[in-house]
Design a protein around this ligand. Structure first.
Ligand SMILES: [Fe+2]
Ligand SMILES: [Fe+2]
Length: 488
């Protein structure tokens, strides 16, 4: 089944900017994100997704657009953009070699904060193209579908972008996205909304893909600084290579615009809407905004406030700080900043000194840690870097023994991984999925055996949805789907 030109030509131009730009179906963006992810594309959500996209498009109207005036100039525009990014990156490296500090991440907690804040986007990587999958027989979509299955790692777990990001989050204790700023879901919701409305928003899908798949400077710097801090940069280095402008997703994205330009219909209107879609790829809170928005004090207050609901009432009576017992301090979230101040005044926390000198830290970590397990690894790193203050710029992990860190230069992530491999310690191996115990893997095999060809195709597409493609069954479905595409 092809999408006909009439499907998108029949759509009126987006509404003018106004209050609708702020409307989110179902309350919060996080909630809508969850509903879009959980639903198979129902008619109802499809409508809500369309309204949301219209509001976002209206919100971007009038903003400057980086795209050239005509699609024929796209290729040179793409190369010029990539060249600007790599030239700026060389300049960055020169600065760093001359002794400049890290540009993005002040300490390890800052980098982990970033990884957590962009998670709603990264966990649906590729989703904007999902709606085209059922039109896989249309040769004009070849580059877009190739991009989608590559986002899915061609069905290999160790190449699937979402599996890689999930592993990254698990590795650094970032799984909980509790109390994340709702605006951080904007990009993810746009991507899922495009997934559920590809028929109505084909030019926007193609334009979004064009914007999202270009090589930005921040990706290069992020990968460099994560590695420097001893954090796994693979998700980001992978995108430097996979999205390259020579043969990668950036190039395919340009080709997809040219391949899909109407030959018989209104090319100008299509191009205008491609530009709208391109603008959507910059909507919401961007990576550099997230990085600049880090405030360690505010983040520490946030996690203590969040814990106070569970911690209030869980402490014994005899422990008092500034004349008040702990349960009392935790009773009201508004008291948390004052409580943290009181802990410092009473000497429980010594800011600007090694964490070992803070009695409070001894409750969280170490042989007599009475509060062991209360804070996640991310939260511990945050408290650790907050206590250490400026010294945390050395990127020390909260698990490091200070005396070692002080005398030995910390290796980058890549050097540490090489050393571990030499010692025979293998890193996370996500490659093998065939012998995994998984209910859906078994269900997939059983159902495929009983369905006709159309039913099989429908089941494979369902298993390759953004909510499922990273599971063992989703990966298996991707491999089977690719065999079909290749006519095997
Ligand atoms: Fe990706
Ligand atoms: Fe990509």
């Amino acid at each position: 089944m092809y999408i006909s030109a009439n499907d998108w030509l029949s759509r009126p131009p987006a509404a003018p900017p106004g209050p609708a730009a702020l409307a989110v179906p179902g309350g919060t963006l996080a909630n809508f994100y969850g509903r879009l992810l959980a639903a198979d594309t129902t008619g109802e959500l499809n409508k809500e997704a369309g309204l949301f996209l219209d509001a976002q498009i209206a919100g971007c109207a009038g903003l400057p657009c980086e795209l050239p005036a005509s699609p024929q100039e796209l290729e040179s525009w793409m190369f010029a953009g990539a060249q600007r990014a790599t030239a700026a990156y060389s300049h960055y490296l020169e600065e760093r070699q001359a002794g400049a500090p890290r540009r993005f991440f002040g300490n390890r907690a800052h980098a982990l904060y970033f990884l957590r804040a962009v998670a709603p986007t990264k966990l649906v990587d590729g989703a904007w193209l999902y709606g085209l999958l059922k039109h896989w027989r249309n040769p004009r979509f070849a580059d877009l579908l190739r991009t989608y299955v590559e986002e899915l790692g061609d069905g290999a777990a160790d190449k699937n972008h979402v599996v890689i990001y999930r592993a990254l989050m698990a590795r650094y204790g970032l799984e909980s996205l509790d109390s994340l700023d709702d605006g951080l879901y904007t990009q993810g919701v746009i991507q899922l909304a495009l997934a559920s409305s590809a028929e109505e928003y084909l030019p926007e899908v193609i334009g979004f893909n064009l914007g999202y798949e270009q090589l930005p400077l921040h990706l290069l710097i992020t990968a460099y600084e994560l590695n420097e801090l001893g954090l796994d940069p693979y998700y980001f280095t992978l995108h430097v290579t996979v999205d390259n402008p020579d043969t990668g997703h950036a190039k395919r994205a340009v080709q997809a615009v040219l391949d899909n330009l109407p030959r018989l219909g209104h090319a100008e209107d299509f191009w205008r809407r491609v530009r709208q879609g391109f603008q959507l790829s910059n909507a919401g809170i961007g990576s550099t905004d997230v990085i600049a928005g880090f405030d360690i004090e505010r983040e520490v207050v946030r996690i203590f406030s969040h814990k106070s609901a569970a911690g209030h009432g869980a402490h014994s009576d005899y422990c008092r700080v500034a004349g008040r017992n702990i349960n009392d301090w935790l009773a009201r979230k508004e008291d948390i900043p004052e409580f943290l101040g009181a802990l410092q005044k009473a000497g429980w926390i010594k800011r600007g000194a090694p964490v070992e000198e803070s009695r409070f830290w001894g409750l969280l970590q170490g042989p007599r840690a009475e509060m062991f397990g209360v804070f996640s690894p991310y939260e511990l790193q945050l408290i650790h870097d907050w206590i250490r203050g400026e010294a945390s710029q050395d990127g020390g992990a909260y698990t490091e023994v200070l005396s070692e860190a002080a005398t030995v230069r910390r290796p980058s992530f890549r050097v540490a991984a090489r050393l571990a491999a030499n010692r025979g310690e293998s890193a996370f191996d996500a490659a093998a999925t065939d012998d995994l115990l998984d209910v859906d893997l078994q269900a997939l095999a059983q159902q495929l055996a009983t369905l006709d060809e159309i039913g099989q195709a429908r089941l494979l597409l369902q298993a390759m949805a953004p909510s499922q493609h990273w599971t063992p069954a989703g990966l298996q479905a991707t491999r089977l789907f690719m065999q079909r595409m290749a006519g095997l």
